[in-house]
Ligand binder design. Structure first.
Ligand SMILES: Nc1ncnc2c1ncn2[C@@H]1O[C@H](COP(=O)(O)OP(=O)(O)OP(=O)(O)O)[C@@H](O)[C@H]1O
Ligand SMILES: [Mg+2]
Length: 150
């Protein structure tokens, strides 16, 4: 469990993980509304040298950003969707693309498309500004990344 003391620390945490990514990784973000999932992704984007502003993809379901080293970040948010529909096929394509880093909020509805090999982060607010993050890695890549976190 990692203690995060501020929004800025959450971004730094995301940036650290983002800086380690080399494509093909899948990151699932678990946590309630306002937990800080999208805030984490803003940090992740810094570590991927993305200069665009990360916006919550709630209405478009996914957003794609150009990143360093010819990588792309694809950010999904399936919040309140009853049926993932065609987005499920898109998600499947993303997770199988070694040039893509895939990050997903509210993944339950599409969980059958998520690979077992992934980094799952659960974010729990413990005060207005503090969060506890539990990192669950499955697979070699995820375990290496998790191993750099203290
Ligand atoms: N330590 C922290 N880490 C992350 N966010 C924090 C922290 N402290 C305060 N916040 C605030 O909490 C809010 C988190 O919002 P954010 O959009 O990241 O949540 P979310 O988990 O993506 O929610 P949703 O499920 O609605 O998409 C922001 O307003 C942010 O400023
Ligand atoms: Mg969000």
């Amino acid at each position: 469990m990692t203690h995060i003391s501020s929004e800025q620390t959450m971004k730094a945490f995301g940036q650290h993980i983002g800086s380690l990514l080399h494509g093909g990784e899948v990151i699932e973000l678990v946590g309630d509304v306002g937990a800080g999932k999208t805030t984490f992704v803003k940090g992740l984007a810094l570590g991927l040298d993305i200069d665009e502003d990360i916006q919550s993809p709630s209405f478009t379901i996914s957003r794609t950003y150009d990143a360093r080293d010819d990588l792309r970040l694809v950010h999904y948010d399936f919040y309140r969707l009853d049926d993932a529909g065609i987005m499920k096929a898109e998600l499947q394509e993303s997770v199988n693309d070694t040039g893509v880093v895939t990050v997903i909020e509210w993944a339950d509805i599409a969980s059958d498309v998520l690979p077992n090999s992934r980094l799952t982060l659960q974010i729990i607010p413990t005060s207005e500004t503090e969060r506890e993050v539990t990192v669950s890695p499955v697979g070699d890549r995820a375990e290496i990344i998790a191993g750099t976190l203290v």
